[in-house]
Design a protein around this ligand. Sequence first.
Ligand code: NDP
Ligand code: 8X3
Length: 249
Amino acid sequence: MKKQALITGATSGIGRATALRLSAAGYAVIATGRRAERLATLQSEIEAAGGSCTTLVFDVRSEEEVRRHLEPLERVDLLVNNAGLAAGLEHIDCGDTRDWDAMIDTNVKGLLYVTRVIAPKMVAAGSGHIINLGSIAGTEPYENGAVYCASKHAVHAISQSMRADLLSSGIKVTEIRPGMVETEFSEVRFHGDRVRAAAVYEGVEPLTGADIAEAIAWVAQLPAHMNVNDMVLMPNRQAGSYYTYRKKQ
Ligand code: NDP
Ligand code: 8X3
């Protein structure tokens, strides 16, 4: 029987690439997100390549939706808590509280709701692996990013505590903490402004969703006695939130 991998936020970017990569590695994929059409396309792509994919359409911000869709799952061997976003880039005195709610409700509470349903299944099975998508923003706060950085600091803290909580059950917890990855992330952050989003990646070759998926697939196939607690990944021209070398165009 194939191992089951549940990936939240599989309609785009890192989550979509991870679903494809884990399917290629032999997992039966359970792909989730809010955009049903995107999930249907992903499912067709995976099935055309001979893989197995089921899709679940729900919003991780709703505890009721999370429970309704995930409680019926019999087994999950690998959970990739990926769904998340940045919304806005402003000083704290100018931020939109609706953006703040979206980030905290998705990046922190959504991750917790999903974990609360899946972790007991792993504990009962006596095995499992949870991979949380953190960020370099989880240890390096930057100007204009107070709430996004706070949400990823929360993911960093939750990942460390979860690892301790689940030690005796033999469940691995890994936090993947990327720097700059070109996905729909910046377009979402700038509320659909593609020009502003493109400027984020000007003069630098960013990582891709497939790069992060490769790291996730590697971490997931390690022997049972070996875990990666925390992995930081950046483009070779980035050294942190404030240090990016950009080639003049
Ligand atoms: P994308 O915007 O490309 O993908 C985000 C995914 O999250 C989408 O599939 C989206 O699906 C899903 N999502 C967002 N909100 C919700 C919600 N309320 N309920 C369910 N799903 C939701 O961005 P990335 O792939 O870049 O981001 C993935 C993760 O990686 C995030 O946690 C992000 O913080 C993190 N990250 C990204 C970095 C980057 O530079 N790109 C760097 C470091 C970390 P849908 O809209 O269909 O619901
Ligand atoms: C995404 C990376 O530095 O743009 O988490 O916030 S950053």
